[in-house]
Design a protein around this ligand. Sequence first.
Ligand code: CAA
Length: 290
Amino acid sequence: MAIKTVGIVGAGLMGSGIAQTAAQAGYDVLLAEVNQELLDKGMQRIHGAWQMLVGKGKVTEDQAAEYKGRVRGTLNLQDFADRDLVIEAIIENLDQKKALFRTLDGIVPAGHIIASNTSSLPIMEMAAVTTREDRVAGLHFFNPVPVMKLVEIVKSIATSDQTIEELRQFATSLGKTPIVAKDTAGFVVNFLLIPYMLSAIRMYENGVATMEDIDTGMKLGCGYPMGPFELLDYVGLDTTLYAAEAIYQEYPDPAYAPPTLLRRMVQAGRYGKKNGKGFYAGTDKDPSKK
Ligand code: CAA
């Protein structure tokens, strides 16, 4: 089935990034949120990105207007009844995702794919509440979505080969490179990235080096664009904690056990760049302010 219309649930950083990318690739995009304020925020983020690209001369005013015309917002999931593909990008909470999948299953036409952008939760649990488990898969984008080239396609034990093939074509049409992973916690990237970031926090807790020196070590020693603490702020401390807990629950290796400092930071409401409070965010060490 040729995908022409895309529905995205959740207009946060990931959902709005996916919407922006899909609109740029020519898809008709419908973006859903739970209230007008969050929807407006997501739409502003998308329009702001296109304005930035116009400012840089990468996109013309006409192109930006065309892209804008391809993204509409809604507060009503019933509007997803005409969507060829739906991508869930809401908060990383399995109960909420399962409730959403149950609702979407009753709205999105039978046989159409419903995908989850989860970074570490089991796809099979979401598929199991629907009547189309063969048409449910993971479609995991990376932040910032319009820039990062990778998409992980996650195949549960029930996902059909046809679904994987259609998602592979969709990801490629967005200019992304897809990789396929099994439905195990953390998939490919977070299974490697999360313990790396947790190890950096443990090193800092143990006084091995300062945050800045750990970051400089990985940037200049390994050529990473950001050090682990910059990346933690960027990805979100809460997101990292949830991902670590999800992986640790399924794979109780100490490498995935969240360090105390990460828990305390999240308990203190320090979520990173998203709310301006994190390892650097909100301090005079914020590298993005230098
Ligand atoms: N739309 C289109 N283009 C955009 C954009 C947007 N919304 N936002 C930024 N860009 C473009 C900019 O125009 C710029 O292009 P040019 O270089 O051609 O001018 C380019 O992206 C880089 O942007 P900046 O100049 O603002 O910033 P930078 O050079 O410092 O790079 C970065 C920023 C791309 C984020 C880089 O630091 C980086 O790659 N960091 C690592 C990010 C990473 O690891 N992400 C994965 C996180 S893990 C995850 O997401 C999964 C999970 O489940 C936790």
